[in-house]
Design a protein around this ligand. Structure first.
Ligand code: OOB
Length: 559
Protein backbone atom coordinates (compact mmCIF):
# COMPACT_ATOMS: atom_id res chain seq x y z
CA UNK A 1 0.00 0.00 0.00
CA UNK A 2 1.40 3.47 -0.78
CA UNK A 3 2.28 5.45 2.36
CA UNK A 4 -0.34 8.07 1.61
CA UNK A 5 -3.83 7.16 0.62
CA UNK A 6 -5.78 9.78 -1.26
CA UNK A 7 -8.91 8.63 0.51
CA UNK A 8 -7.89 10.25 3.76
CA UNK A 9 -7.39 13.65 2.16
CA UNK A 10 -10.85 13.47 0.66
CA UNK A 11 -12.32 12.51 4.00
CA UNK A 12 -10.65 15.50 5.68
CA UNK A 13 -12.65 17.86 3.51
CA UNK A 14 -15.88 16.58 5.00
CA UNK A 15 -15.79 17.38 8.69
CA UNK A 16 -13.62 18.38 11.57
CA UNK A 17 -11.99 15.76 13.76
CA UNK A 18 -14.67 13.99 15.81
CA UNK A 19 -14.90 15.47 19.29
CA UNK A 20 -14.08 19.00 18.08
CA UNK A 21 -16.59 21.83 17.84
CA UNK A 22 -16.48 23.89 14.62
CA UNK A 23 -17.23 27.57 14.19
CA UNK A 24 -20.82 28.04 12.93
CA UNK A 25 -20.94 28.41 9.13
CA UNK A 26 -21.90 32.09 9.13
CA UNK A 27 -18.92 32.98 11.34
CA UNK A 28 -16.57 30.88 9.21
CA UNK A 29 -17.84 32.67 6.09
CA UNK A 30 -17.16 36.09 7.66
CA UNK A 31 -13.68 35.11 8.84
CA UNK A 32 -12.83 33.92 5.33
CA UNK A 33 -14.35 36.95 3.64
CA UNK A 34 -12.37 39.29 5.89
CA UNK A 35 -9.12 37.49 5.11
CA UNK A 36 -8.43 36.18 8.61
CA UNK A 37 -8.65 32.62 7.31
CA UNK A 38 -6.64 32.34 4.13
CA UNK A 39 -7.02 28.66 3.32
CA UNK A 40 -3.30 27.96 3.49
CA UNK A 41 -2.23 24.91 5.51
CA UNK A 42 0.74 25.19 7.83
CA UNK A 43 2.58 22.67 5.65
CA UNK A 44 2.10 25.01 2.69
CA UNK A 45 3.40 27.91 4.78
CA UNK A 46 6.74 26.16 5.14
CA UNK A 47 6.90 25.50 1.40
CA UNK A 48 6.29 29.19 0.75
CA UNK A 49 8.92 30.26 3.30
CA UNK A 50 11.49 27.92 1.74
CA UNK A 51 10.70 29.21 -1.76
CA UNK A 52 10.96 32.84 -0.66
CA UNK A 53 14.33 32.59 1.10
CA UNK A 54 15.88 29.15 0.70
CA UNK A 55 19.35 29.91 2.06
CA UNK A 56 18.35 32.16 4.98
CA UNK A 57 18.91 30.58 8.40
CA UNK A 58 15.62 29.62 10.03
CA UNK A 59 16.86 28.00 13.25
CA UNK A 60 20.07 28.05 15.28
CA UNK A 61 20.67 25.77 18.27
CA UNK A 62 24.21 25.64 19.62
CA UNK A 63 26.41 24.76 16.68
CA UNK A 64 23.48 23.54 14.57
CA UNK A 65 21.98 25.74 11.84
CA UNK A 66 19.01 25.01 9.66
CA UNK A 67 18.21 26.96 6.49
CA UNK A 68 14.64 27.33 5.31
CA UNK A 69 15.40 25.01 2.41
CA UNK A 70 16.81 22.30 4.73
CA UNK A 71 13.90 22.76 7.11
CA UNK A 72 11.44 22.15 4.28
CA UNK A 73 13.37 19.17 2.91
CA UNK A 74 13.75 17.49 6.30
CA UNK A 75 10.05 17.97 6.96
CA UNK A 76 9.24 16.14 3.71
CA UNK A 77 11.63 13.29 4.51
CA UNK A 78 10.29 12.88 8.00
CA UNK A 79 6.70 13.07 6.74
CA UNK A 80 7.45 10.21 4.38
CA UNK A 81 9.02 8.10 7.11
CA UNK A 82 6.18 8.78 9.54
CA UNK A 83 3.85 7.60 6.78
CA UNK A 84 5.87 4.42 6.55
CA UNK A 85 5.27 3.93 10.28
CA UNK A 86 1.59 3.93 9.31
CA UNK A 87 0.90 7.27 10.90
CA UNK A 88 -2.01 8.70 8.99
CA UNK A 89 -4.13 11.77 8.50
CA UNK A 90 -5.86 12.63 11.82
CA UNK A 91 -3.78 10.26 13.95
CA UNK A 92 -2.59 11.98 17.09
CA UNK A 93 0.95 11.92 18.45
CA UNK A 94 2.33 13.12 21.76
CA UNK A 95 5.22 15.52 21.32
CA UNK A 96 7.27 16.15 24.44
CA UNK A 97 10.51 17.73 23.29
CA UNK A 98 12.84 20.29 24.77
CA UNK A 99 13.85 23.20 22.53
CA UNK A 100 15.45 21.49 19.55
CA UNK A 101 15.39 22.23 15.78
CA UNK A 102 13.82 18.82 15.33
CA UNK A 103 10.74 19.98 17.22
CA UNK A 104 9.91 22.24 14.27
CA UNK A 105 10.79 19.69 11.60
CA UNK A 106 8.56 17.19 13.39
CA UNK A 107 5.51 19.39 13.73
CA UNK A 108 5.71 20.47 10.09
CA UNK A 109 6.12 16.87 8.96
CA UNK A 110 2.94 16.16 10.94
CA UNK A 111 1.10 19.13 9.43
CA UNK A 112 1.86 17.81 5.95
CA UNK A 113 0.47 14.35 6.49
CA UNK A 114 -2.36 15.55 8.70
CA UNK A 115 -1.02 13.88 11.85
CA UNK A 116 -1.97 16.06 14.81
CA UNK A 117 0.78 16.78 17.34
CA UNK A 118 -0.26 17.22 20.96
CA UNK A 119 2.18 19.79 22.29
CA UNK A 120 2.95 18.77 25.85
CA UNK A 121 5.55 20.40 28.09
CA UNK A 122 8.91 18.94 29.12
CA UNK A 123 7.76 19.21 32.76
CA UNK A 124 4.79 16.85 32.36
CA UNK A 125 5.11 13.43 33.97
CA UNK A 126 3.47 10.04 33.71
CA UNK A 127 0.20 11.01 35.32
CA UNK A 128 -0.49 13.86 32.86
CA UNK A 129 1.06 12.15 29.83
CA UNK A 130 -1.00 8.98 30.32
CA UNK A 131 -4.10 11.14 30.54
CA UNK A 132 -3.33 12.97 27.26
CA UNK A 133 -2.49 9.67 25.59
CA UNK A 134 -5.66 7.88 26.57
CA UNK A 135 -7.95 10.84 25.93
CA UNK A 136 -6.54 11.33 22.43
CA UNK A 137 -5.80 7.65 21.73
CA UNK A 138 -2.37 8.77 20.56
CA UNK A 139 -0.51 6.48 18.15
CA UNK A 140 3.02 7.63 18.91
CA UNK A 141 5.04 9.48 21.52
CA UNK A 142 8.16 11.54 20.82
CA UNK A 143 10.63 12.32 23.62
CA UNK A 144 14.12 13.80 24.01
CA UNK A 145 17.06 11.44 24.33
CA UNK A 146 18.32 11.26 27.89
CA UNK A 147 18.51 14.78 29.07
CA UNK A 148 18.77 15.53 32.76
CA UNK A 149 15.64 13.42 33.00
CA UNK A 150 15.01 9.92 31.63
CA UNK A 151 12.20 10.64 29.16
CA UNK A 152 12.55 7.23 27.53
CA UNK A 153 11.55 5.51 30.79
CA UNK A 154 8.69 7.95 31.20
CA UNK A 155 7.43 7.19 27.69
CA UNK A 156 7.76 3.44 28.25
CA UNK A 157 5.68 3.73 31.41
CA UNK A 158 2.99 5.64 29.53
CA UNK A 159 3.00 3.14 26.66
CA UNK A 160 2.43 0.33 29.13
CA UNK A 161 -0.65 2.09 30.42
CA UNK A 162 -2.00 3.23 27.04
CA UNK A 163 -1.88 0.53 24.37
CA UNK A 164 -2.85 2.86 21.49
CA UNK A 165 0.78 4.08 21.50
CA UNK A 166 2.44 2.01 18.78
CA UNK A 167 5.72 3.86 18.46
CA UNK A 168 8.16 5.61 20.73
CA UNK A 169 10.43 7.98 18.85
CA UNK A 170 13.52 9.44 20.50
CA UNK A 171 15.17 12.73 19.55
CA UNK A 172 18.64 11.19 19.53
CA UNK A 173 19.93 7.67 19.91
CA UNK A 174 18.81 5.40 22.69
CA UNK A 175 19.75 1.75 22.60
CA UNK A 176 16.43 0.84 24.23
CA UNK A 177 14.33 2.22 21.38
CA UNK A 178 14.08 1.53 17.69
CA UNK A 179 13.15 4.88 16.21
CA UNK A 180 15.44 7.85 16.30
CA UNK A 181 14.09 11.21 15.13
CA UNK A 182 17.41 12.31 13.56
CA UNK A 183 17.58 9.05 11.62
CA UNK A 184 13.99 9.38 10.41
CA UNK A 185 15.04 12.74 8.93
CA UNK A 186 18.05 11.40 7.04
CA UNK A 187 17.58 12.13 3.35
CA UNK A 188 16.45 9.20 1.30
CA UNK A 189 14.64 9.52 -1.98
CA UNK A 190 12.22 11.97 -0.50
CA UNK A 191 10.22 14.26 -2.70
CA UNK A 192 7.71 16.96 -1.92
CA UNK A 193 4.86 15.38 0.03
CA UNK A 194 1.39 16.23 -1.07
CA UNK A 195 -0.56 17.96 1.65
CA UNK A 196 -2.96 15.55 3.34
CA UNK A 197 -4.97 18.16 5.21
CA UNK A 198 -6.99 21.24 4.44
CA UNK A 199 -6.72 24.58 6.19
CA UNK A 200 -9.96 24.09 8.11
CA UNK A 201 -8.68 20.86 9.68
CA UNK A 202 -7.25 20.68 13.17
CA UNK A 203 -3.48 21.19 12.82
CA UNK A 204 -2.34 20.83 16.42
CA UNK A 205 -3.44 20.47 20.00
CA UNK A 206 -2.29 22.96 22.61
CA UNK A 207 -2.89 22.37 26.32
CA UNK A 208 -5.11 24.53 28.46
CA UNK A 209 -3.88 26.25 31.58
CA UNK A 210 -6.10 23.73 33.36
CA UNK A 211 -8.69 24.74 35.93
CA UNK A 212 -10.62 21.60 36.68
CA UNK A 213 -8.62 18.43 36.63
CA UNK A 214 -6.07 17.75 33.93
CA UNK A 215 -5.25 20.26 31.19
CA UNK A 216 -7.71 20.11 28.32
CA UNK A 217 -6.75 19.57 24.69
CA UNK A 218 -7.23 22.67 22.56
CA UNK A 219 -7.77 21.97 18.87
CA UNK A 220 -6.28 24.71 16.68
CA UNK A 221 -6.93 24.65 12.94
CA UNK A 222 -4.41 25.61 10.23
CA UNK A 223 -6.54 28.65 9.40
CA UNK A 224 -6.94 30.01 12.87
CA UNK A 225 -3.41 29.32 14.09
CA UNK A 226 -1.96 30.91 10.98
CA UNK A 227 -3.91 34.09 11.74
CA UNK A 228 -2.69 33.87 15.36
CA UNK A 229 1.00 34.12 14.42
CA UNK A 230 0.71 36.17 11.20
CA UNK A 231 -1.18 39.02 12.84
CA UNK A 232 0.98 38.80 15.98
CA UNK A 233 4.18 39.05 13.95
CA UNK A 234 2.94 42.28 12.38
CA UNK A 235 2.15 43.79 15.77
CA UNK A 236 5.52 42.73 17.21
CA UNK A 237 7.30 44.32 14.24
CA UNK A 238 9.03 41.14 13.07
CA UNK A 239 10.86 41.21 9.73
CA UNK A 240 13.71 39.37 8.01
CA UNK A 241 16.24 41.02 10.35
CA UNK A 242 14.49 39.57 13.43
CA UNK A 243 16.66 37.31 15.55
CA UNK A 244 14.35 35.80 18.13
CA UNK A 245 15.56 33.98 21.22
CA UNK A 246 13.30 31.18 22.48
CA UNK A 247 14.06 30.34 26.10
CA UNK A 248 10.54 29.27 27.10
CA UNK A 249 9.53 25.75 25.96
CA UNK A 250 8.51 26.16 22.31
CA UNK A 251 5.57 23.81 22.71
CA UNK A 252 3.82 26.64 24.57
CA UNK A 253 1.64 29.00 22.57
CA UNK A 254 3.59 32.11 23.62
CA UNK A 255 7.04 31.23 22.17
CA UNK A 256 5.48 29.05 19.46
CA UNK A 257 2.86 31.21 17.84
CA UNK A 258 2.30 34.48 19.70
CA UNK A 259 4.13 35.50 17.53
CA UNK A 260 6.97 33.25 18.62
CA UNK A 261 8.98 31.05 16.31
CA UNK A 262 6.19 30.65 13.74
CA UNK A 263 5.83 34.45 13.60
CA UNK A 264 9.56 34.68 12.90
CA UNK A 265 9.38 32.12 10.08
CA UNK A 266 6.47 33.99 8.52
CA UNK A 267 8.70 37.07 8.26
CA UNK A 268 11.88 35.28 7.21
CA UNK A 269 13.88 35.89 10.39
CA UNK A 270 15.96 33.55 12.54
CA UNK A 271 15.01 31.66 15.70
CA UNK A 272 17.76 30.94 18.23
CA UNK A 273 16.86 28.07 20.56
CA UNK A 274 17.98 27.64 24.13
CA UNK A 275 16.90 25.57 27.10
CA UNK A 276 18.46 27.91 29.61
CA UNK A 277 16.37 30.89 30.72
CA UNK A 278 18.92 32.00 33.37
CA UNK A 279 20.19 35.54 32.93
CA UNK A 280 23.73 34.26 32.50
CA UNK A 281 22.85 31.87 29.69
CA UNK A 282 20.38 34.21 27.99
CA UNK A 283 22.59 37.33 28.15
CA UNK A 284 25.48 35.44 26.61
CA UNK A 285 23.27 34.34 23.71
CA UNK A 286 21.70 37.76 23.26
CA UNK A 287 25.17 39.25 22.92
CA UNK A 288 26.71 36.53 20.76
CA UNK A 289 23.71 36.05 18.46
CA UNK A 290 22.71 39.73 18.29
CA UNK A 291 19.19 38.87 19.45
CA UNK A 292 16.54 41.49 18.63
CA UNK A 293 13.41 40.01 20.25
CA UNK A 294 12.57 37.50 22.93
CA UNK A 295 9.62 36.54 25.11
CA UNK A 296 9.57 35.56 28.77
CA UNK A 297 7.25 35.16 31.74
CA UNK A 298 7.37 37.80 34.51
CA UNK A 299 9.56 35.74 36.88
CA UNK A 300 12.27 35.49 34.23
CA UNK A 301 11.94 39.19 33.37
CA UNK A 302 12.47 40.02 37.03
CA UNK A 303 15.58 37.84 37.29
CA UNK A 304 17.06 39.36 34.15
CA UNK A 305 16.44 42.88 35.46
CA UNK A 306 18.01 42.09 38.84
CA UNK A 307 21.00 40.58 37.14
CA UNK A 308 21.44 43.44 34.64
CA UNK A 309 21.31 45.93 37.51
CA UNK A 310 24.38 44.39 39.08
CA UNK A 311 26.38 43.08 36.13
CA UNK A 312 27.66 44.81 33.01
CA UNK A 313 26.19 43.20 29.92
CA UNK A 314 25.85 44.13 26.27
CA UNK A 315 22.17 43.84 25.43
CA UNK A 316 22.36 46.58 22.79
CA UNK A 317 20.92 44.39 20.03
CA UNK A 318 17.72 43.72 21.98
CA UNK A 319 14.83 45.82 20.65
CA UNK A 320 11.77 44.27 22.28
CA UNK A 321 11.20 42.17 25.37
CA UNK A 322 7.78 40.56 25.35
CA UNK A 323 6.43 39.62 28.76
CA UNK A 324 3.28 37.58 29.30
CA UNK A 325 1.75 34.44 30.73
CA UNK A 326 1.10 35.97 34.15
CA UNK A 327 0.65 39.41 35.60
CA UNK A 328 3.70 41.65 35.33
CA UNK A 329 4.00 43.95 38.35
CA UNK A 330 4.07 47.59 37.31
CA UNK A 331 7.27 48.29 39.30
CA UNK A 332 9.02 45.58 37.32
CA UNK A 333 7.52 46.77 34.01
CA UNK A 334 8.90 50.27 34.64
CA UNK A 335 12.43 48.94 34.89
CA UNK A 336 12.54 47.15 31.54
CA UNK A 337 13.49 50.13 29.39
CA UNK A 338 16.01 51.83 31.73
CA UNK A 339 17.71 48.61 32.88
CA UNK A 340 17.55 46.33 29.84
CA UNK A 341 17.58 49.16 27.30
CA UNK A 342 14.77 47.75 25.15
CA UNK A 343 11.08 48.29 24.66
CA UNK A 344 8.59 46.28 26.69
CA UNK A 345 5.65 44.62 24.99
CA UNK A 346 3.09 43.11 27.35
CA UNK A 347 1.29 40.04 26.05
CA UNK A 348 -1.93 38.77 27.55
CA UNK A 349 -2.82 35.58 25.76
CA UNK A 350 -4.36 32.17 26.17
CA UNK A 351 -3.96 28.87 24.38
CA UNK A 352 -7.72 28.93 23.73
CA UNK A 353 -7.14 31.90 21.42
CA UNK A 354 -7.51 35.57 22.30
CA UNK A 355 -4.27 37.54 22.20
CA UNK A 356 -3.59 41.09 23.34
CA UNK A 357 -0.43 43.13 22.91
CA UNK A 358 0.60 46.60 23.98
CA UNK A 359 1.57 48.40 20.78
CA UNK A 360 5.22 49.25 20.22
CA UNK A 361 4.30 52.94 19.83
CA UNK A 362 1.99 53.14 22.86
CA UNK A 363 3.09 55.70 25.42
CA UNK A 364 5.23 54.36 28.28
CA UNK A 365 2.41 54.66 30.86
CA UNK A 366 0.11 52.45 28.77
CA UNK A 367 2.88 49.93 28.16
CA UNK A 368 3.73 49.50 31.83
CA UNK A 369 0.20 49.57 33.18
CA UNK A 370 -1.90 47.60 30.70
CA UNK A 371 -1.91 44.18 29.06
CA UNK A 372 -2.62 45.44 25.57
CA UNK A 373 -5.20 45.49 22.80
CA UNK A 374 -6.88 42.49 21.17
CA UNK A 375 -5.25 41.70 17.84
CA UNK A 376 -8.35 41.38 15.69
CA UNK A 377 -11.21 43.83 14.99
CA UNK A 378 -13.53 40.81 15.11
CA UNK A 379 -12.48 39.70 18.59
CA UNK A 380 -15.77 40.06 20.46
CA UNK A 381 -15.22 40.80 24.15
CA UNK A 382 -17.78 40.86 26.94
CA UNK A 383 -17.25 41.65 30.63
CA UNK A 384 -19.71 40.02 33.02
CA UNK A 385 -20.40 39.72 36.76
CA UNK A 386 -20.96 36.50 38.71
CA UNK A 387 -24.56 36.36 37.48
CA UNK A 388 -23.39 36.56 33.89
CA UNK A 389 -24.70 40.12 33.45
CA UNK A 390 -22.76 42.75 31.52
CA UNK A 391 -20.86 45.11 33.91
CA UNK A 392 -20.79 48.88 33.25
CA UNK A 393 -18.17 49.90 30.71
CA UNK A 394 -14.70 50.17 32.31
CA UNK A 395 -15.60 48.09 35.40
CA UNK A 396 -13.85 44.79 36.05
CA UNK A 397 -15.73 41.68 35.02
CA UNK A 398 -15.00 38.17 33.86
CA UNK A 399 -13.75 38.36 30.28
CA UNK A 400 -15.75 36.33 27.75
CA UNK A 401 -14.48 36.11 24.20
CA UNK A 402 -15.38 34.88 20.75
CA UNK A 403 -13.51 35.40 17.49
CA UNK A 404 -11.69 33.99 14.46
CA UNK A 405 -8.89 32.30 16.41
CA UNK A 406 -10.67 31.51 19.69
CA UNK A 407 -11.92 27.94 20.00
CA UNK A 408 -15.58 27.01 20.41
CA UNK A 409 -14.84 23.99 22.58
CA UNK A 410 -12.17 21.68 23.99
CA UNK A 411 -11.54 18.28 22.45
CA UNK A 412 -13.76 15.46 23.73
CA UNK A 413 -15.05 17.42 26.72
CA UNK A 414 -18.81 17.97 26.33
CA UNK A 415 -19.54 18.40 30.03
CA UNK A 416 -16.71 20.80 30.63
CA UNK A 417 -17.55 22.70 27.44
CA UNK A 418 -21.07 23.30 28.69
CA UNK A 419 -19.54 25.23 31.58
CA UNK A 420 -16.53 26.81 29.88
CA UNK A 421 -18.47 28.29 26.93
CA UNK A 422 -21.71 30.25 26.77
CA UNK A 423 -24.52 28.79 24.63
CA UNK A 424 -23.68 31.36 21.94
CA UNK A 425 -20.04 30.31 21.80
CA UNK A 426 -18.16 32.77 24.03
CA UNK A 427 -15.20 31.28 25.91
CA UNK A 428 -15.31 32.09 29.63
CA UNK A 429 -11.67 33.03 30.22
CA UNK A 430 -11.94 33.03 34.01
CA UNK A 431 -9.86 36.22 34.02
CA UNK A 432 -11.19 39.33 35.72
CA UNK A 433 -10.38 42.16 33.34
CA UNK A 434 -11.33 45.79 32.77
CA UNK A 435 -11.13 47.82 29.59
CA UNK A 436 -9.61 51.31 29.51
CA UNK A 437 -11.18 54.02 27.33
CA UNK A 438 -8.33 53.41 24.82
CA UNK A 439 -9.48 49.79 24.47
CA UNK A 440 -6.46 48.41 26.31
CA UNK A 441 -7.18 45.63 28.80
CA UNK A 442 -6.00 45.46 32.39
CA UNK A 443 -5.97 42.01 34.00
CA UNK A 444 -7.16 42.39 37.57
CA UNK A 445 -7.21 38.82 38.76
CA UNK A 446 -8.91 35.53 38.20
CA UNK A 447 -12.30 34.04 38.80
CA UNK A 448 -11.08 30.50 38.13
CA UNK A 449 -9.66 27.99 40.56
CA UNK A 450 -6.13 28.01 39.27
CA UNK A 451 -2.64 28.84 40.48
CA UNK A 452 -0.34 30.74 38.14
CA UNK A 453 3.22 29.94 39.27
CA UNK A 454 5.27 32.31 37.17
CA UNK A 455 3.31 31.40 34.05
CA UNK A 456 2.91 27.67 34.81
CA UNK A 457 -0.82 27.12 35.24
CA UNK A 458 -1.77 24.61 37.91
CA UNK A 459 -5.25 23.28 38.46
CA UNK A 460 -6.18 23.35 42.15
CA UNK A 461 -8.57 20.43 41.66
CA UNK A 462 -5.90 18.35 40.01
CA UNK A 463 -3.48 18.75 42.92
CA UNK A 464 -6.31 18.14 45.40
CA UNK A 465 -7.26 14.90 43.70
CA UNK A 466 -3.73 13.60 44.00
CA UNK A 467 -3.48 14.62 47.66
CA UNK A 468 -6.79 12.98 48.53
CA UNK A 469 -5.21 9.65 47.62
CA UNK A 470 -2.76 10.04 50.52
CA UNK A 471 -3.74 7.64 53.33
CA UNK A 472 -3.36 10.30 56.03
CA UNK A 473 -5.17 13.14 54.26
CA UNK A 474 -8.90 13.38 54.91
CA UNK A 475 -9.45 16.55 52.89
CA UNK A 476 -7.33 19.05 51.00
CA UNK A 477 -7.96 22.52 49.56
CA UNK A 478 -5.39 24.05 47.27
CA UNK A 479 -5.10 27.81 46.72
CA UNK A 480 -2.51 30.29 45.49
CA UNK A 481 -0.23 31.95 48.01
CA UNK A 482 1.20 35.28 46.81
CA UNK A 483 4.92 35.14 46.24
CA UNK A 484 7.44 37.81 45.40
CA UNK A 485 9.40 35.66 42.98
CA UNK A 486 6.76 33.58 41.19
CA UNK A 487 3.69 35.77 41.67
CA UNK A 488 1.92 32.74 43.14
CA UNK A 489 2.89 29.39 44.57
CA UNK A 490 0.81 26.36 45.53
CA UNK A 491 -0.47 26.37 49.11
CA UNK A 492 -2.48 23.49 50.52
CA UNK A 493 -4.77 23.46 53.54
CA UNK A 494 -5.16 19.92 54.84
CA UNK A 495 -7.25 18.05 57.32
CA UNK A 496 -5.47 14.87 58.40
CA UNK A 497 -7.21 11.74 59.62
CA UNK A 498 -5.21 11.64 62.87
CA UNK A 499 -5.05 15.41 63.36
CA UNK A 500 -1.25 15.32 63.28
CA UNK A 501 0.69 17.55 60.86
CA UNK A 502 2.05 16.35 57.52
CA UNK A 503 5.16 18.04 56.18
CA UNK A 504 6.06 19.27 52.71
CA UNK A 505 8.81 16.63 52.27
CA UNK A 506 6.27 13.86 52.92
CA UNK A 507 3.78 15.43 50.52
CA UNK A 508 6.48 15.84 47.87
CA UNK A 509 7.60 12.22 48.27
CA UNK A 510 4.02 11.05 47.89
CA UNK A 511 3.39 13.12 44.76
CA UNK A 512 6.58 11.84 43.24
CA UNK A 513 5.34 8.24 43.59
CA UNK A 514 2.26 9.37 41.65
CA UNK A 515 4.49 10.81 38.91
CA UNK A 516 3.08 14.29 39.24
CA UNK A 517 4.94 17.17 37.56
CA UNK A 518 7.17 18.89 40.07
CA UNK A 519 5.89 22.42 39.42
CA UNK A 520 2.54 21.28 40.85
CA UNK A 521 3.96 20.31 44.26
CA UNK A 522 2.64 22.43 47.16
CA UNK A 523 5.26 24.75 48.60
CA UNK A 524 3.31 25.66 51.70
CA UNK A 525 1.14 23.42 53.86
CA UNK A 526 -1.29 24.48 56.59
CA UNK A 527 -2.95 22.01 58.92
CA UNK A 528 -6.57 22.85 59.84
CA UNK A 529 -9.44 21.11 61.66
CA UNK A 530 -12.07 22.23 59.18
CA UNK A 531 -12.41 24.41 56.08
CA UNK A 532 -14.40 27.64 56.04
CA UNK A 533 -17.59 27.09 54.04
CA UNK A 534 -19.72 29.33 51.80
CA UNK A 535 -23.47 29.79 52.17
CA UNK A 536 -24.16 26.80 50.01
CA UNK A 537 -21.67 24.70 51.93
CA UNK A 538 -18.80 24.77 49.40
CA UNK A 539 -15.24 25.14 50.60
CA UNK A 540 -14.78 28.90 50.78
CA UNK A 541 -11.67 29.32 48.68
CA UNK A 542 -11.93 33.09 48.82
CA UNK A 543 -11.28 33.11 52.56
CA UNK A 544 -8.58 30.44 52.23
CA UNK A 545 -6.87 32.70 49.67
CA UNK A 546 -7.11 35.58 52.14
CA UNK A 547 -5.54 33.46 54.88
CA UNK A 548 -2.76 32.44 52.49
CA UNK A 549 -2.21 36.08 51.53
CA UNK A 550 -1.91 37.01 55.20
CA UNK A 551 0.60 34.22 55.82
CA UNK A 552 2.67 35.49 52.91
CA UNK A 553 2.50 39.08 54.18
CA UNK A 554 3.51 38.08 57.72
CA UNK A 555 6.40 36.09 56.32
CA UNK A 556 7.60 39.04 54.24
CA UNK A 557 7.46 41.31 57.27
CA UNK A 558 9.52 38.97 59.41
CA UNK A 559 12.11 38.42 56.66
C1 OOB B 1 -0.54 32.08 28.03
O1 OOB B 1 -1.42 31.08 27.73
P1 OOB B 1 -1.96 29.98 28.76
O2 OOB B 1 -3.00 29.25 28.03
O3 OOB B 1 -0.81 29.22 29.34
O4 OOB B 1 -2.59 30.76 29.98
C2 OOB B 1 -3.64 31.70 29.79
C3 OOB B 1 -3.92 32.43 31.09
C4 OOB B 1 -4.85 33.61 30.92
O5 OOB B 1 -6.19 33.20 30.91
C5 OOB B 1 -4.46 34.43 32.15
O6 OOB B 1 -5.05 33.89 33.30
C6 OOB B 1 -2.98 34.24 32.24
O7 OOB B 1 -2.71 33.00 31.61
N1 OOB B 1 -2.21 35.29 31.55
C7 OOB B 1 -1.97 36.54 32.06
C8 OOB B 1 -1.18 37.21 31.09
N2 OOB B 1 -0.98 36.37 30.05
C9 OOB B 1 -1.61 35.22 30.36
N3 OOB B 1 -2.36 37.11 33.21
C10 OOB B 1 -1.95 38.41 33.41
N4 OOB B 1 -1.19 39.10 32.54
C11 OOB B 1 -0.79 38.56 31.37
N5 OOB B 1 -0.03 39.27 30.51
O8 OOB B 1 -0.13 32.29 29.16
C12 OOB B 1 -0.10 32.92 26.87
C13 OOB B 1 -0.45 32.59 25.59
C14 OOB B 1 -0.03 33.37 24.53
C15 OOB B 1 0.74 34.49 24.77
C16 OOB B 1 1.10 34.82 26.05
C17 OOB B 1 0.68 34.04 27.12
Amino acid sequence: MPPFSTQSSVRSRCSLLKGCIPWPAEFAATYRAKGYWRGETLGAHLRRWAAERPSAVAVIAGEEQLTYEDFNGHADTLAMHLGQLRLRNRDRILVQLTNSPRFFILIFACFRIGVIPILTLPAHRESEMAHFASLSRASAYVVPANDRFDYVSLARGVRQRVPSIRHLIVDGDDERELFSLPRLMKPSSSKAIEDQSTASDVALFLLSGGTTGYPKLIPRTHNDYSYNFRRSSEIAGFDESTRYLAVLPVSHNFPLGSPGALGVFERGGTVVLSNDPSSQGAFKLIERQRITHTSVVPTIALRWIESAETRRTDLSSLRVLQVGGARLAEEVARKVRPVLGCRLQQVFGMAEGLLNYTQLDDDEETIVSSQGLPICPDDELRFVNEEGEEVPSGSPGELLVRGPYTIRGYYQAPEHNARAFTPDGFYRSGDVVRRLPTGHLVVEGRAKDMINRGGEKISAVDVENHLLAHPRIRDAAVVAIPDREFGERVCVFIITRDGAPLGLPEIGAFLSTRQVAKFMYPERVELVDAFPLTNVGKVDKKSLRQIAAKISLDREQTE
